[in-house]
Design a protein around this ligand. Sequence first.
Ligand code: AMP
Ligand code: ZN
Length: 142
Amino acid sequence: MMNECIFCRIVKGNLPASVVHRDGFCMAFMDIQPVNTGHVLVIPTDHVAYVADLDEDVGAHLFRIAQRIAVALPRSFMQCEGVNMFLADGEAAGQEVFHLHLHVFPRYRGDRFGFVWNSSLPHIPARDELDTVAENIKKALT
Ligand code: AMP
Ligand code: ZN
């Protein structure tokens, strides 16, 4: 199919990928536009766009593999100083490929990657506001 998701095409072997790991539930391969060398994407092999649609056991498995990759990065990159794991869920969160994926990539002091956050007008919530928000999220937990 012409408009098939690019990550599904990678899973099927119809697009090239530099594979780090593959098993019955997930695949991990190198990002073609790495934040830093060693940037890996971990994806479920079955197409899922958003976190809400992801089977919890598959999600746990993705994190297990991402964790192993995060541990492997400093071993494979002599100067890897830290690791970020990052998942963009939805366009507003920066998701560009709508096949769920977990980014795992090395970080270095001063590498200039980061979230842009306007901290000029900080909102420091009062405890009762935090408690109310926590209560709302708690009610929504399944
Ligand atoms: P996101 O913004 O979280 O949706 O990230 C999508 C990521 O997929 C970006 O970091 C892209 O560089 C990466 N990407 C897009 N196409 C490919 C591809 N064919 N192989 C590997 N990584 C890709
Ligand atoms: Zn897909």
